[in-house]
Design a protein around this ligand. Structure first.
Ligand SMILES: NC(=O)c1ccc[n+]([C@@H]2O[C@H](COP(=O)([O-])OP(=O)(O)OC[C@H]3O[C@@H](n4cnc5c(N)ncnc54)[C@H](OP(=O)(O)O)[C@@H]3O)[C@@H](O)[C@H]2O)c1
Length: 274
């Protein structure tokens, strides 16, 4: 595994595991629970110890499956991220959500707690203060945001009294390079990590033929998935969290590590998908 600093003195794997769709989407679906738990355990054993989940996923069931998978593991070796849904951003709702997530995950704390989506109907100040309360109570080690623009992320930071945001989780991939323009430079300036979600565009990266991708994949003896993930993690302060419950696909993720695209290949890919 390769590690990168997400907060001062704290390094986590640059490649983690997403869980959207595990245990259902908007509602719980228990049909594949056993395979899902096995897949999460396998991923962690391979080194994907950063697990990304949310109260929204499977209406809480994804968190329950993560909890089942990590039961008995050395908690300190894991970095667990969860997120509060946008209709729970008032102080009391947020604290209730935080505690419910911890219960489902079967842990005393998460490592990172994110606002899943902004909500213009709730004052950012109230939400940021509630997040700082979670920090003080030891429910989470770090806090951050998700799907926040550069301006909103700066506003979120201004509303924090005691601490710094550590991450903004946003959609970022070869097929969606918008964050490169403004968000990533702002993240770097603020010392905020960018966690790239949907790095494979839910499989679309495999289906979109691209001669530059295929040439570069061939040069390195890698697959499109591995090249697409490497393109993300080659960037300073970028992490990513592909999702799979298929053991073969999880093994394939690991092949994104231990090598790098050349700067020229990186730029050619960026151009080829723009
Ligand atoms: N903050 C947010 O608002 C937000 C939004 C979306 C996602 N996320 C997080 O980011 C994670 C990743 O995003 P995502 O799950 O939307 O998309 P993704 O990681 O780009 O793609 C996941 C999909 O690709 C398939 N896949 C993976 N490896 C493959 C391979 N080698 N060959 C073919 N198909 C493959 C998976 O199916 P199999 O399981 O069958 O392999 C799954 O359906 C999520 O799981 C979630 O944790 C956050």
């Amino acid at each position: 595994m390769e590690f990168r600093e997400i907060a001062k003195g704290v390094s986590i794997p640059i490649l983690g595991l997403g869980t959207w769709g595990m245990g259902g989407r908007e509602t719980p679906d228990k049909a594949r629970d056993s395979d899902t738990v096995t897949a999460i355990r396998m991923a962690v054993e391979l080194g994907l110890t950063h697990i990304d989940t949310a109260e929204y996923y499977g209406a809480g069931h994804a968190e329950e499956l993560v909890g089942e998978a990590i039961d008995g593991m050395d908690r300190e070796k894991l970095f667990i991220t969860s997120k509060v849904w946008h209709n729970h951003l008032h102080r009391d709702d947020l604290l209730r959500s935080m505690k419910a997530s911890l219960k489902r995950l079967g842990t005393d704390y998460v490592d990172l707690y994110l606002i899943h989506w902004p909500n213009p109907d709730v004052h950012l100040k109230e939400t940021m203060e509630a997040l700082e309360e979670c920090l003080r109570e030891g429910h989470t080690r770090f806090i951050g945001v998700s799907n926040f623009s550069a301006q909103l992320m700066e506003a979120a930071q201004r509303n924090l009294r005691e601490t710094k945001l550590v991450a903004n989780q946003v959609q970022y991939s070869l097929l969606d390079q918008k964050p490169r323009m403004e968000l990533l430079p702002t993240c770097r300036k603020m010392g905020v990590s960018l966690i790239a979600y949907r790095p494979l565009e839910r499989g679309a990266i495999l289906q979109t033929p691209n001669p530059v991708m295929d040439e570069i994949a061939k040069t390195h003896g890698k697959t499109r998935v591995q090249v697409a993930l490497n393109w993300l993690i080659s960037q300073e302060n970028v992490f990513t969290i592909p999702k799979s419950t298929n053991p073969i696909h999880i093994m394939e993720f690991m092949g994104a590590l231990g090598w790098r695209l050349t700067p020229e290949e990186w730029s050619r890919l960026a151009e080829a998908y723009r």
